[in-house]
Design a protein around this ligand. Sequence first.
Ligand SMILES: Nc1ncnc2c1ncn2[C@@H]1O[C@H](COP(=O)(O)OP(=O)(O)OP(=O)(O)O)[C@@H](O)[C@H]1O
Ligand code: NI
Length: 362
Amino acid sequence: MVGRAVPRLRDRVRLGGDRNRWRVVAAAAAATVARGARAVSTLPVCAERVAEEVLHVADLGVRFRTRRGVVPALAGLSFDLAPGGTRVVIGESGSGKSVLAHTLLGLLPRNAEVLGAVRLAARHLVGASARELRELRARHVGFVPQSPATSLNPVRRLDSLLTELARVKGIPAEQAPERVDAALRELDLSLDAVARRYPHQLSGGMQQRVLIAAAKLGHPALVVADEPTSALDADLAADTADGLVSLAEHGTAVLVITHDLRLAERLGGDTAVLYAGHLVEDRPTSAVFDAPAHPYTQGLLAALPERGGVPIPGMPPELTDLPPGCPFAPRCERHQLACDDAVPRPVAVRGGYVRCLDHAHR
Ligand SMILES: Nc1ncnc2c1ncn2[C@@H]1O[C@H](COP(=O)(O)OP(=O)(O)OP(=O)(O)O)[C@@H](O)[C@H]1O
Ligand code: NI
């Protein structure tokens, strides 16, 4: 899409990822600092952002009914994403990253109960019918999967696959080739380049770019990617990162689940850190990766192979048996008695917030 007033990613990075930032967090932080306290007393609401946002998540909870009882997979999540905004989500296995992705794609299983509010492209997801969710997936949200090889039909030529997909996304047949070509060109590919080719004839990085082009057909407001580079080597991962950055530069909001430091760095924006279904830190991506504030984020990043690979001692809690206070308290070196009373409120820390009493008392 040309001519849309969306700053290029490097400008946004220079602006410190400001497009993603909760203005109300900043306002709340300023107010608390003015009062001499550090704790942000209420969760921010982003009423002033309604016109601008693509995605608004407020106090989102997801619970699964199982034979073992109710599994609270996500609790109290709030964040926004603006057009062209980028958001990275990190957290250990089982922290709820994929549940969040599936919620945004309207793909939760039947045993899921969703609480709170999710507004995507001016539509309310919580309580939407199966038909409305199908329509949402077809028109307003795209998905980039982990492994391109298993997501592309190996016996289907890519040009026919993409034009068929364009039809599913509501693009009239006569416009399909042109629109597919335009989507591919934004990713440095073209319909000619993939014409009469089968998936195995492209590199993994090119396959992933085809999937990114597919995800953006029909110009969805949001594209969600779940570990899009974890199955790729470094060169191909860089290709994929370019593709996702280009999506954001063309005005699509992009939410990426990833532990790939380079991808996170390229995407910029904000990073949400999930622990046992709770959002424990939400700050500009550069701040989270350069100077993580929550003890959990510090441990999670130190556990990455490129940062020493020292695992966090202990195990995440059973979701069916969460402690009443901070879910990370049992593993935390900076644990204090008050951590066990209640889940800590957000505390303003450079550019965003962290839920940690250690910061509230500094
Ligand atoms: N349909 C379901 N029924 C019951 N529990 C579920 C269901 N789907 C997910 N869960 C639970 O929700 C929690 C979060 O799972 P999720 O797949 O989101 O983790 P993740 O952060 O994506 O982990 P990974 O890094 O391993 O992909 C897990 O404890 C999982 O067992
Ligand atoms: Ni997952």
